[in-house]
Ligand binder design. Structure first.
Ligand SMILES: Cc1cc2nc3c(=O)[nH]c(=O)nc-3n(C[C@H](O)[C@H](O)[C@H](O)COP(=O)(O)OP(=O)(O)OC[C@H]3O[C@@H](n4cnc5c(N)ncnc54)[C@H](O)[C@@H]3O)c2cc1C
Length: 385
């Protein structure tokens, strides 16, 4: 057994990955400080599916039960014909439990974020710092100094860039790395369940892939809210980010030819609840780490959302990073173990998500979900580090 060493860890980005990492490190006795660029540390109100692989990590972090109580178990996932609504495939939560041990949850992102953040703050009420935008760093043999847009700086032993898809830490470590437009525009919205047409409500969770388009809806918060996402091929370079407003008409127009009940659902999205953005795809990084600085979550393996695994991967990363620290006696050893375990998995899921995006919108190809690909079998609690 290696003697435990002390390391102070700076985490850039207070999203799902940053919070999961902070909690996992704290629970193994490491001191963390999280720096978030937003004025207030919180998540946008949108949905995310959390599958067995990530739930194992959340259980280890002591928050899975709390999250389950706030969320919706995906009881039956229906794959439907885009134009007729005919159910082509139905996978029940029992099927998933039988195959991978734990059902998937439809989760309101803000709920996931707040259960993680509450536990982080309970461990250390002073470790979260808002209005702290990372702009650069300097490192030497003894530590890393991070610089913020405000002119402030912070020194620690290690830095973890958990600052998302357009990561400034990644750009700093690997200049020249650039996003590619994935040729897809995404729409996201939340709809009160009372407004959901009956046939959609009865099916509950629907995946509907038509030529060049993909629609997904599932309930959140014990069935109070329907989360609706639409992805459509496009030649337009839309803004990256989650906050550009869209209109019901442009969303419905993009899905012309879809079954009437799903189009009706689009028309019933309340004002102010519909947003669009351009998906960015990026090539896998050759390395995630430079010296005492590493990357995690979307910063390390930015992926398109077609397998619904980005947040799950960020949670897995956070737990494995903390386990690597607990198993090591130097920063270099810990970061080496982390990258060796996580890079193959992050890269695999990043490339599989890209492939699935191409398959989904071509009706002649057979879809392979995260479950079909065995991604939910992964156990971040017991995989050797
Ligand atoms: C349409 C869609 C549907 C999805 N559905 C699913 C799903 O069902 N299941 C799933 O697992 N995943 C899903 N994902 C993916 C998931 O949302 C992301 O992979 C996940 O949020 C990544 O977490 P993160 O913490 O790495 O990054 P983020 O959540 O992006 O967090 C990064 C944080 O860093 C902060 N930040 C950024 N720059 C700086 C800076 N310079 N300094 C300080 N702070 C900074 C940001 O403000 C933010 O708080 C979906 C994604 C999309 C687009």
């Amino acid at each position: 057994m290696t003697e435990k060493f002390n390391a102070q860890v700076t985490i850039i980005g207070g999203g799902i990955g940053g919070m999961a990492t902070a909690l996992a490190l704290q629970r193994r006795g490491f001191q963390v400080a999280v720096y978030e660029r937003a004025k207030e540390i919180r998540e946008v109100g949108a949905g995310v599916i959390i599958t067995a692989n990530a739930r194992r990590a959340l259980h280890d972090l002591g928050v899975d039960e709390k999250l389950e109580a706030l969320s919706s178990t995906i009881s039956i996932f229906h794959t439907c014909h885009f134009a007729t609504g005919e159910v082509l495939r139905a996978v029940s939560s029992e099927d998933i439990r039988r195959k991978v041990g734990i059902a998937s949850l439809g989760v309101y992102r803000a709920d996931l974020h707040s259960v993680l953040m509450a536990s982080v703050l309970a461990n250390d009420p002073h470790c979260l710092h808002a209005s702290s935008e990372f702009v650069g760093l300097e490192q030497d043999e003894t530590g890393v100094t991070v610089k913020f847009a405000s002119g402030a700086s912070a020194r620690s032993d290690v830095v973890v860039g958990a600052d998302g898809n357009a990561s400034a830490v990644r750009s700093f470590l690997f200049p020249g790395e650039a996003p590619k437009f994935a040729g897809q525009v995404a729409f996201r919205s939340l709809i009160p369940y009372a407004l959901v047409p009956a046939s959609v409500r009865e099916r509950g969770s629907i995946m509907s892939a038509g030529p060049g388009r993909y629609l997904l809806c599932y309930p959140l918060r014990g069935g109070q809210i329907m989360n609706l996402i639409g992805l459509v091929q496009s030649g337009e370079w839309e803004e990256e980010g989650w906050t550009t407003p869209a209109t019901n008409e442009e969303f419905a127009q993009a899905f012309a030819g879809y079954e009437p009940d799903l189009l009706e659902l689009i028309h019933r999205i309340p004002q102010g609840e519909l947003f669009k953005w351009g998906l960015r795809d990026r090539e896998p990084l050759q390395n995630w780490t430079v010296g005492r600085v590493t990357t995690l979550g979307d910063a390390a393996h930015p992926m398109t959302p077609f397998l619904g695994q980005g947040a799950c991967m960020a949670i897995e990363d956070g737990l494995i990073l903390a386990r690597a620290f607990a198993a090591s006696s130097t920063v270099q050893e810990a970061l080496g173990r982390y990258e060796a375990v996580r890079k193959p998995r992050g890269t695999l899921v990043q490339l599989a998500s890209r492939e699935e995006g191409q398959t989904l919108q071509d009706p002649s190809k057979k879809r392979r979900t995260a479950q079909d690909r065995g991604l939910m079998d992964y156990d971040p609690v017991s995989v050797p580090v």
